[in-house]
Design a protein around this ligand. Structure first.
Ligand code: MTE
Ligand code: MO
Length: 258
């Protein structure tokens, strides 16, 4: 690892730690809230810390808050990789991703290979949501895409499949490929989409073209950009560093609840 990367990583660790302290503070508020709302204490005891915090910030349906056009950030920033820059990616982007295919495989009854126009032809979902990055910024954007659940319904995960792993086109200076994973509950969540539009325009390269994951109840680093391949697995312990994601392999939480 080079020095520049180390420094950036230290800053991210610090911010993540601060974010966790924030979550503990939220939990204090949550406890007070549940007591005043007289939730059965047995329910309180049964639920883990993350879920309690989650329930407090999300709606009763367990969905992340959605906003209106008036709330949109003037510009949506980009962070992390802003262009995978490989020959393969350049070739794909030069013709508007016409020859790009999303391959879906692993523990499924039938594999899929979907073009961008095939994805666009599937029922779409649009949502205006807030993106929170551990580096300390947030932005509200309008995302359009296809529900990951729709694609899973088509490939039919085998009973032993427990996680969905996303493999991306970009790698860091040490050659480590970006990847991420979610469990099936998050994969089938109605707000979990493979987005191909941002703010009514084709997803820009900086934000993950041709498709990126939107996983609205978790932090920005979970939302894989430049997705090339999706795999259903029983466990992610044998994928890359074994912790379920590029940043997770470097110490971040696998479940990055907001
Ligand atoms: N493939 C890939 N996905 C990624 C990243 C990345 O570097 N590569 N960065 C993550 C982080 S830390 C954040 S905050 C968001 C940033 O998304 P944006 O560029 O659209 O703002 O993408 C996430 N997904
Ligand atoms: Mo981030």
């Amino acid at each position: 690892m080079n020095h520049k990367f180390d420094r950036k990583f230290d800053r991210r660790r610090f911010l993540l730690h601060a974010a966790k302290l924030g979550a503990v503070f939220l939990l204090g508020g949550c406890d007070r809230l549940s007591r005043t709302a007289a939730f059965p204490s047995v329910l309180d005891a049964a639920e883990g810390l993350t879920r309690r915090v989650q329930h407090w910030i999300t709606s009763e349906k367990g969905e992340a808050r959605e906003y209106t056009e008036a709330d949109l950030s003037p510009t949506f920033p980009s962070n992390g990789s802003t262009n995978p820059g490989t020959d393969e990616y350049l070739a794909l982007s030069s013709d508007g991703f016409a020859s790009w295919r999303l391959s879906v495989g692993g523990l499924v009854e039938r594999t899929a290979s979907l073009s961008l126009s095939e994805l666009r032809a599937l029922p779409a979902r649009t949502q205006i949501t807030r993106h929170d990055c551990v580096e300390g910024w947030s932005a509200i954007g309008k995302w359009k895409g296809v529900r990951l659940g729709k694609i899973l319904e088509w490939v039919r995960p085998l009973p032993e499949a427990r996680y969905v792993v996303f493999f991306c086109a970009d790698s860091d200076e040490d050659g480590l490929q970006y990847y991420e994973s979610v469990d099936l509950e998050d994969a089938y969540h109605p707000q979990t989409i493979l987005a191909y539009e941002l703010n009514d325009r084709p997803l820009p390269i900086e934000n993950g073209a041709p498709i990126r994951l939107r996983l609205e109840r978790q932090l920005g680093y979970k939302m894989a950009k430049y997705i090339m391949r999706i795999e259903l697995v029983r466990s992610f312990s044998s994928v890359a560093g074994g912790k379920g994601g590029y940043w997770e392999d470097q110490g971040y939480e696998w479940y990055a609840g907001i």
